[in-house]
Design a protein around this ligand. Structure first.
Ligand code: NAD
Ligand code: WQD
Length: 385
């Protein structure tokens, strides 16, 4: 693995040309993909799947919400494919740093994960979210255009739908996000649509993820939120390892099977594979992709109580529950229509909540404090297969 920035101990935020020149050399995979946000939860799993599928991956990440250890573990898990991985500590809001990356390597496509994702924080700090998620995306698109790289997979979200009246929610549903975070995703989607209208050489896939959970089955990669988790499963996981006393259920009087909210939880590995499928679509010259959205979910609705029960079974831990108020803005039921992704990307989620909870617990029990767990340095680059 070729590294720059924090992975090899330097704290600089701009990549050196020497490191990048090394990163762009080598034979092997035919296609090189720039992965922004590739040190993060979904990005790290996707990079591993890309390497396994024979792509070369260059990760740029500011490490704002992630650890360089995630990238090193991806390298360790990738075995021989690790030679096709490079990392650069770059903030995508720094256009010059991005320009340096693009000037030093030719990218066949970009997968754009980098951004902030906490809904509550986006309400408190909307400008921060517009800065990372919109300004960062505009910078990236400008530099891509300047270098003739016009294939993009963008991390969008089910948040663009707000609270649809019915599920399954298909890609044609109205786009009415409820919060600044969701609006940054919708605006970025609109920017992509406008770019395609202005130049039909662009090929863009907008992936709208539902509720990603789980971890790599090895237990070496997983979600490691900073501060109080915003989402249900990281919270449940922290209760299971003794970091928090209980989980508050946000309302048990919904018109659902057991009164709790229903969502479409999807294993992060299935999600990662969805990106490989999207790339294949972008590279398939027989298809006129344009700029298209696809839902990535399982198409199945699971209640809060059902997934907590599944986690208790997988972990053998009792999760104390407190019934609380509904969370403002929460949908009652939201799950994906997945037909379009199945038909056009030839992708379908393989895993159910049993595997999601099994792998989440495996990660949690091995890394109770995420990448900062006391013994985690032992797992640096020495993972056996
Ligand atoms: P994450 O926070 O683990 O990963 C995002 C990565 O982007 C982090 O490594 C972070 O350091 C990096 N980053 C943030 N701002 C950056 C910047 N300005 N420059 C460079 N790097 C930057 O989150 P994730 O769950 O892996 O999400 C990945 C993407 O998927 C995000 O765009 C998110 O909005 C989207 N998404 C996530 C979910 C979810 O529930 N996890 C659902 C739908 C969509
Ligand atoms: C799931 C269910 C809660 C926490 C969010 C974002 C969305 C996307 C995915 C990024 C709901 C309930 C939760 C808790 C609970 N992210 N819950 N107690 O809200 O469906 O989607 O993540 O793009 O944009 O909004 O996910 O995990 O927060 O909630 O009862 O402590 O769990 O009410 O029914 P959500 P979540």
């Amino acid at each position: 693995m070729v590294v720059n920035g924090a992975v090899n101990g330097s704290s600089g935020s701009s990549p050196s040309r020497a490191a990048l020149a090394n990163g762009s050399s080598g034979s092997g995979p035919t296609r090189t993909v720039l992965v922004t946000g590739g040190a993060g939860y979904i990005g790290s799993h996707a990079v591993l799947q890309l390497l396994a599928a024979g792509f070369r991956a260059v990760v740029v990440d500011s490490l704002e919400n992630s650890s360089d250890l995630a990238v090193r573990r991806v390298a360790a898990l990738a075995g021989d494919h690790a030679r096709n991985l490079a990392f650069h500590k770059v903030d995508i809001r720094d256009e010059d740093a991005l320009e340096t990356v693009f000037a030093s390597s030719r990218f066949d496509a970009v997968i754009h994960f980098a951004g902030l994702k906490a809904v509550g924080e986006s309400v408190q700090k909307p400008l921060l979210y517009y800065d990372h998620n919109i300004l960062g995306t505009i910078n990236l698109l400008k530099v891509m255009a300047a270098h003739g790289c016009k294939k993009l997979v963008f991390s969008s979200s089910a948040a663009v739908y707000g609270s649809p009246k019915n599920s399954p929610c298909t890609e044609e549903f109205p786009l009415t996000p409820h919060n600044p975070y969701g609006r940054t995703k919708l605006i970025a989607e609109e920017i992509c649509r406008d770019i395609y209208r202005s130049d039909s050489e662009w090929r863009i896939i907008l992936l709208r993820y539902f509720n990603p959970v789980g971890a790599h089955p090895s237990g070496y990669l997983g979600e490691d939120p900073r501060g109080t988790p915003n989402n249900l499963m990281p919270f449940v996981q922290q209760v299971a390892v003794g970091r928090r006393p209980s989980v508050t259920i946000f309302g048990n009087n919904y018109a659902t099977k057991d009164g709790t909210g229903v969502r479409d939880y999807i294993h992060v590995l299935d999600l990662a594979d969805g990106h490989v499928a999207a790339l294949r679509k972008l590279f398939d010259s027989s298809s006129n992709i344009g700029c298209e959205p696809y839902n990535l979910g399982t198409g199945k609705g699971t209640s809060v109580l059902e997934i907590v029960n599944a986690f208790e079974k997988a972990s053998g831990k009792k999760i104390p529950l407190v019934i609380g108020q509904r969370r403002p803005g929460d949908a009652e039921v939201l799950f994906a229509g997945t037909g379009k992704a199945e038909r056009e990307l030839h992708w379908k989620a393989k895993y159910g909540i049993t595997e999601m909870c099994r792998d989440q617990w495996n990660w949690a029990s091995k890394n109770p404090y995420g990448y900062a767990s006391p013994d985690s340095t032992k797992q640096n680059g020495s993972i056996s297969h």
